[in-house]
Design a protein around this ligand. Structure first.
Ligand SMILES: [Zn+2]
Length: 311
């Protein structure tokens, strides 16, 4: 290799990192981007949680009003929650009054304890506390096993406040509208609409580029996508992937995938095929359209089969 190639400095840098030892990427604040004025987002990587990404695979962030801050999701570890908190403090000294947990999945909720020092109101869907009671400890143990040192200190926080239907949060000159959705991605999906900027933080009700994961109801999710299309937002914030330039196209892509799974599973059921046949044949044409397809598609078909078997 010629020394003049740009790889030289990179190799030296990598050697130095090796010599200095591994250091968590978020000993400091997360690098936030502003999805809209006052709406801060840090996009997780499109990977399965692993030591290399320290569990930072979900989109998390916060919204700043004139008087208060609302945090939306807290990341997959206590350390990630602390890095998000540091990012808030870089932007504002206003109190963190609310921490909203959009649903039970570990990459969204396991950083919550980092905000206990702020004594915020922790808020979730009316079904979230039950879901955390059933799965939370397992998620925490798995994070410790899978992520090792990066997950140290991670512990569960069960929201003291729940939303069934809708609720408004006043951040001072800025109102957030929380909406508890019927079963879709999970049975405890909560979304946040920032009326001031028309930003609708859907979390995992919307996946962009990364394959959607069915942990609630395939048919319920398809219905909810229609509701989302009718909503008044200017932009959507997904739980994974970037803020789409065209909100309808992003929803349409997800709908197309879910419909392909539903149609394929129904065809197998009509000819009295087995769940194995469904898993081996349904929806494979979608393979090239989604990241992490091999990690989650078969599980989605299995979930769809169980749901549609007796319809
Ligand atoms: Zn999720």
């Amino acid at each position: 290799m010629r020394l003049s190639t740009p790889r030289g400095p990179l190799l030296i840098a990598l050697c130095c990192v090796g010599l200095l030892g591994w250091r968590p990427a978020w000993a400091d604040a997360l690098p936030m981007t502003e999805a809209a004025p006052g709406v801060y987002l840090d996009q997780g990587v499109q990977e399965v949680a692993a030591p290399e990404n320290q569990g930072h695979i979900a989109n998390i962030g916060f919204i700043v009003g004139n008087e208060r801050v609302a945090v939306i999701d807290t990341g997959g570890t206590y350390a990630e929650g602390l890095a998000l908190r540091a990012a808030v403090r870089r932007v504002t000294d206003l109190p963190i009054a609310y921490v909203i947990l959009t649903h039970v999945h570990p990459d969204h909720v396991l950083g919550a304890a980092a905000f206990e020092q702020d004594r915020p109101e922790f808020i979730g869907h009316a079904n979230l506390a039950d879901a955390l009671a059933r799965r939370g400890e397992h998620y925490r143990e798995r994070a410790l096993a899978d992520l090792g040192e990066a997950a140290e200190g991670t512990r569960l926080v069960v929201p003291g406040s729940s939303v069934a239907g809708t609720r408004e949060l006043d951040l001072g000159g800025r109102t957030l509208e929380l909406r508890a959705h019927p079963t879709a991605h999970t049975n405890n999906d909560l979304s946040i609409l920032d009326r001031q900027t028309g930003t609708w933080w859907l979390s995992d009700l919307l996946f962009v580029d990364r394959i959607p994961v069915i942990d609630g109801s395939l048919l319920g999710w398809l219905r909810e996508l229609d509701t989302i299309d009718q909503g008044p937002a200017l932009r959507l914030v997904p739980g994974h992937g970037g803020v789409p330039a065209d909100r309808y196209a992003a929803v349409a892509a997800q709908r197309r995938y879910l419909q392909a799974v539903a149609a394929g599973v129904r065809a197998v059921l009509r000819r009295q095929g087995t769940i194995e046949e469904a898993v081996d044949s349904v929806g494979l044409a979608e393979s090239g359209n989604w990241l992490l397809f091999d990690d989650y598609h078969r599980r989605n078909v299995t979930a769809a089969f169980v749901e549609l078997e007796w319809e």
